[in-house]
Each structure stands twice: as structure tokens, then as C-alpha cells.
Design a protein around this ligand. Sequence first.
Ligand SMILES: [Cu+2]
Length: 330
Amino acid sequence: MKIFRLPLALLIVLSGCSSVQSVLNAQGEAAIALKNLIIFIALVAAAIWLAVVSVMVFALVRRNGQTASRDHRSERAMTIAVATATAATAVIVGILTLASFYTTRALNSGGDADVTIIVRAQQWWWQFIYTGRDQKQLFQTANELHIPVGKTVRLRLQAADVIHSFWVPSLAGKLDLIPGRENILTLRAERPGVYRGQCAEFCGLQHSHMAFVVLAEDDADYQHWVAGQQLDGAAPSAAEAIAGQSVFLARQCAACHTIRGTPASGSTGPDLTHVGSRRTIAAGLLETTRGSLAAWIADPQTLKPGNNMPIVPLTADELRQLSAYMESLR
Ligand SMILES: [Cu+2]
């Protein structure tokens, strides 16, 4: 049974490879091209490994029982072997270089985009600003990107503070966001789905909690979502949520957060106009529920130490009311 131990251990390790954030689960035009390139390079490398090992085994077997004689014939054979190996190496390196050059060049071949979104990375969350035809802001959201399937989406990558990197392995290659300059990344999702993305450049204390989700949706679903996001924040109807809105406006919250349709227009933190409709809060840290909202608002510094939202002292009633209001913002 000992013999099964290693494969079993490998299986357990492999079970950690889920497909929500995987280069091998390619569902976007660019990611598919990159995956094909990876497979091609892996196959070439495997062939080379096989060739090298075979030659080695052959040499070992043949040398057994022979005394080393260095006559002219074997010296010529050696020269030919070395020359062939060198030439083959040069050709293979050339082919691999061309393959990756043409693949990556095709990824950046701009073209007209159907949707343009400004991605502003900051410590430690993602701001997504949707723009209309004239590049004017339509609305903004955080940590959740919705895109229409089969359409070309242009992302204008910007950074507010330090260098970050945008990476959704299932959809495209990764690209840095650099303060003071704009990088363009073009995406196209070929299939509807939920794909996870992650900051891929160490950017400080909470780098590992700087994730986001991409929802690739059919056109109708996408348009429906866009229409909903353009609306102002829902006016609260339950008594608790109404009280929560007053607390929000009376405390520092409004200085950092925007809720359209209310006087709150801060821009330090995520736009909260539709925070209740998003799957997660704090850049993928917690699923959005009334409980997690309360936990976050009560003590963001324990959940995500060092992040840029301070602890605002609140009574238990205020906390309950605030989280009811946040949850109602769908
Ligand atoms: Cu980052």
C-alpha cells in the first residue's frame, strides 16, 4: 500500500486547485490564447526532457562494460552531437520567442471597445468607474466588476497610491496599475460566469485582502444591472434603516463614502450607493450580510488591520441601524 501514498498526497494537494481563479480554466479570449501558449511551451519542454533523458540512459547503457577509448571516430561523433544539440536549442528558443511575441501582441491589439471602465486600485480595494459614450462617469462601484459576455471591454487601469496589479486568470493576463500613468487592458469573456480576480503586486499590509469578483453576464442581465446601478440609493423604508441613514449622515461615514441621492459624497472609501447588492465587502474579505456589515462597521481594524477605514465609536443601537441601512442599499 506504500506505493499509493505519493499519488494520494498529490491528489490532496491538487484538490486545492479550484477553478474560480485559475489560468487553466480559461474563459476569456486573452486567457484562452495564453493557455494555449502555456500548453505549447509545456509540450516542447516535455519533449526536450524526454530526449535528454533517453540520450542519458542510452549513454549509460552503452558505456557499461566498455573502456573509454578516445579514437578519432568517437571524437567526430561527439562534435556532430554537440553541434546538432546547439542548433536545435537555437531553433527551439527562436520558435518559443516568436510564439510568445505573437500571442502577447494579439492581446494588445486594441480595436473598438463596447464598454469602457476605469479601474482605480487603492490600498486595499478596487474602484470601478463605468463610463458612457463621452467617457463621462455613469456610476461607480467597488470590488465587483460586471461585464457583458462576448463584448470587448476596455479597462483603463489607474492607481491612486502605489503600484498594484490587475489579474483575473480566467479572463486575461495580468497588468500593473501604476500611479501617474494609465495602462489599457482589453478583456472579452466568452462564457457567462463568476471569475475571481486578485491584486498581483505586493502593495502593502493588506495586499492579500485585495480581491474582487468579475460577473460575466448575458447582455440582458448586464443591461438590467447597469440600469439598477445608475439609480440613486434606495430610500430606506423600515424604521431601523431610516434611523440608520440619519446616523450615517451624522457621523464621519459621509465624509468618506458616497451614497447617491443623499448628501453623503465622500470619496476616500467605496461608493456605497448599492453596497447591499454586492456579493462581498472589503475587497472579497466577507460575504455581504447584515451580520458581516455590522462586524465590519463595528471594527474594521480587527478584520483588516491597517486598512483606511477607522473605527467610528457607535452605540449598539446605532450599529444595528447602520447595518440595516447598508443592507437595504440594493
Ligand atoms: Cu494591490
